[in-house]
Design a protein around this ligand. Structure first.
Ligand SMILES: Cc1ncc(COP(=O)(O)O)c(C=O)c1O
Length: 395
């Protein structure tokens, strides 16, 4: 990060008490960066309607920024649905209905009966991948529009999702048939190649699979899509769009070129709509965490620092999301390998055993970049420590 920007962030963190005797770590969320990420996505993939995956970072301020950009939303729980619904509370009932139909997908293939019951009046799109779910939807949310979640390879993706969701080729069209025969509307198919996907052939294989499913359904006499005004058949290419956390990560622009070619080849635009559920790539690079060094020791000859955040808090992304966030110092100097511990009592709360930091004093500040996706979202109050203080800039 450029020195000038870092100094600006340091000022903001200090203003928000990062160094106070009772202060807390500060997570700075830059909304201009979210807007830039959103625009980069829509410019690189002009045919794709992005439904921001709220789970990546469900801060209401972030949802609002994406709403103001004209964005759509992937929600995966009723509270997430309500969070987005709050944005549209002042619209007329008709506008609200159109927004829900056109801009929200409830992208969780397994829902509780009570959730379906509550969702039914909104008639949202929702995903499914098994026969039991069809029975529940038929009983509790017959007005929903169904999107079949297909299995897709997740090879080379940091976060595996295909172990849990997605129907394979043997059953896919049977599920469409049973859903349509029971009077439900099937609007299209979806897949997810795994989050932080650095293997673009996952997308190619998943798109081929989707193409075959549409063809087989048609051959068996089942019409997918076209049952809602203005909508065609939906091909939902999910998330997975990689973020450049390090030099090893592939470029999103490279993937976008491939996706444009493949979607045009397989899914003509007069018949198909392409949607996506990007989470990480909208928010990861928009947040920086600043923490204070609250303790230090030399253990077996190695410098160890204790900072006021950790793997139960913003660094929880290292556990659940499998991403490493290198800890860096605000002050310059010759670095050495050291250990950085989180602030809880748990020996598991280790942020890094091989951080590269200059010798630090109590009260010095350290930071971690690109820490906006699946981080504060999974922060806990473990050990009585609250999550980082969130500060929004450029709203
Ligand atoms: C169904 C679904 N859609 C979208 C996403 C967002 O994916 P990403 O953050 O990789 O863009 C996820 C992430 O877990 C997901 O499970």
């Amino acid at each position: 990060m450029k020195r000038e920007k870092l100094e600006r962030l340091e000022k903001i963190a200090r203003k928000n008490g990062v160094h106070h005797i009772d202060g807390n770590s500060v997570l700075i969320v830059d909304h201009e960066k979210i807007r830039r990420n959103y625009r980069a996505f829509t410019e690189a993939l002009p045919r794709v309607q992005p439904y921001f995956a709220v789970k990546a970072n469900s801060l209401p301020e972030i949802v609002k920024t994406i709403y103001d950009l004209g964005g759509s939303f992937d929600v995966a729980s009723y509270p997430e649905f309500l969070l987005v619904h709050r944005m549209i509370k002042d619209l007329t009932p008709e506008e609200r209905r159109d927004f829900i139909w056109e801009k929200i997908i409830y992208a969780h293939p397994v829902k509780k009966k009570g959730t379906l019951k509550k969702l039914n009046k909104y008639k949202p799109l929702t995903t499914f991948d098994n026969f039991a779910e069809i029975g529940k939807i038929k009983q509790y949310a017959p007005n929903a529009g169904l999107v079949l979640r297909l299995w897709s390879p997740n090879t080379g993706s940091t976060v595996e999702l295909s172990n849990k969701f997605g129907v394979d080729s043997g059953e896919a069209v049977d599920l469409i048939a049973v859903a349509i025969d029971s009077g439900l509307q099937v609007e299209g198919v979806s897949f997810h190649v795994g989050s932080q996907c650095n293997n673009f052939s996952n997308y190619v294989q998943a798109l081929e699979f989707a193409y075959k499913v549409f063809n087989e359904a048609e051959a068996r006499g089942y019409v997918v899509g076209f049952s809602r005004e203005q909508r065609k058949r939906l091909v939902d290419i999910g998330g997975g769009f990689p973020v450049k956390y390090s030099r090893k990560d592939k470029k999103f622009e490279e993937l976008a070129k491939l996706l444009n070619t493949e979607t045009d080849r397989l899914f003509p635009s007069d018949e198909f709509e392409i949607i996506a559920e990007p989470g990480r790539c909208m928010v990861a690079t928009a947040a920086t965490l600043i923490c204070e060094v609250i303790g230090k020791a030399i253990k077996h000859g190695k410098a160890c620092y204790y900072i006021d955040d950790g793997v139960y808090h913003t660094f929880s992304g290292q556990i659940f999301d499998h991403i490493q966030y290198p800890v860096r110092a605000l002050k310059k100097g010759h670095t050495e390998i050291c250990t950085v511990f989180g602030r809880t009592c748990d020996g598991f709360d280790v942020i890094s055993q091989n951080a590269q930091l200059p010798p630090l004093e109590l009260g010095d500040l350290v930071y971690a970049e690109h820490i906006g996706a699946y981080t504060n979202a999974s922060s806990t109050h473990f050990n009585g420590f609250p999550p980082a203080k969130i500060v929004h800039i450029n709203k």
